[in-house]
Design a protein. Structure first.
Length: 158
C-alpha cells in the first residue's frame, strides 16, 4: 500500500515540477494588465508539489515504521465501488469527443444519480439538464471559454 502512495507522490512531484517550469517559461509575475500567463499555473503547481512532498514524507515514514509484507493497494471488496466510479467516468470522457462535454456531462450525471444514488427521475432530469446549462452559461457566455461540442457542433446555433 505504501509503495503505491510513494509512486503516486513521486509522479505528482514530477507533474508539479513540469508545471512550475512551464509557468516560469511563460512568465509567472504580474504584468501591466494583470497576472501573466504562468501566474496561476505556477502557484497551483507549487502547491501541488509541496502537498505531494508532504505525502511522500508521510508514506516513507509509515513504510519504515510498519515494515512487514506489503498490503494490496485495493482489496477485492473495495474494487467494486472503485470500478463503479471509474468505468462510468471513463465512458463519459470517451464520449466528450463524440457528443461534446455538455451532453456527456448530462448523460453521466443522470446515469450516475439514478444508478448509484437511486434518486427520483425528476431529480435526475433536473440535475442532468440544469448542470450542463449552467456550465454552458458560465463558461461559454460569461468567461468565453469554449468546451468541446462533439460531432454536433456544426449543427448547434451557438
Amino acid at each position: 500500500m505504501k509503495r503505491a502512495e510513494i509512486i503516486c507522490a513521486l509522479a505528482l512531484v514530477a507533474v508539479a515540477g513540469i508545471g512550475v517550469a512551464e509557468a516560469v517559461r511563460l512568465g509567472f509575475g504580474w504584468g501591466p494588465s494583470g497576472p501573466r500567463a504562468g501566474f496561476f499555473p505556477f502557484w497551483l503547481s507549487l502547491i501541488l508539489g509541496l502537498c505531494s512532498l508532504t505525502n511522500l514524507g508521510k508514506a516513507i515514514r509509515m513504510s519504515a515504521a510498519t515494515g512487514g509484507p506489503p498490503k494490496p493497494f485495493v482489496s477485492r471488496k473495495l474494487l467494486k465501488p472503485v470500478l463503479a466510479v471509474f468505468l462510468p467516468m471513463t465512458a463519459a470522457v470517451l464520449l466528450f469527443e463524440v457528443v461534446g462535454f455538455y451532453l456527456a456531462a448530462a448523460l453521466y450525471l443522470a446515469f450516475y444519480m439514478r444508478w448509484m444514488g437511486r434518486h427520483s427521475w425528476p431529480a435526475v432530469l433536473a440535475v442532468g439538464i440544469l448542470f450542463p446549462v449552467a456550465t454552458f452559461l458560465i463558461l461559454e457566455r460569461w468567461f468565453l471559454i469554449p468546451l468541446p461540442k462533439g460531432l454536433f457542433e456544426k449543427y448547434l446555433p451557438f
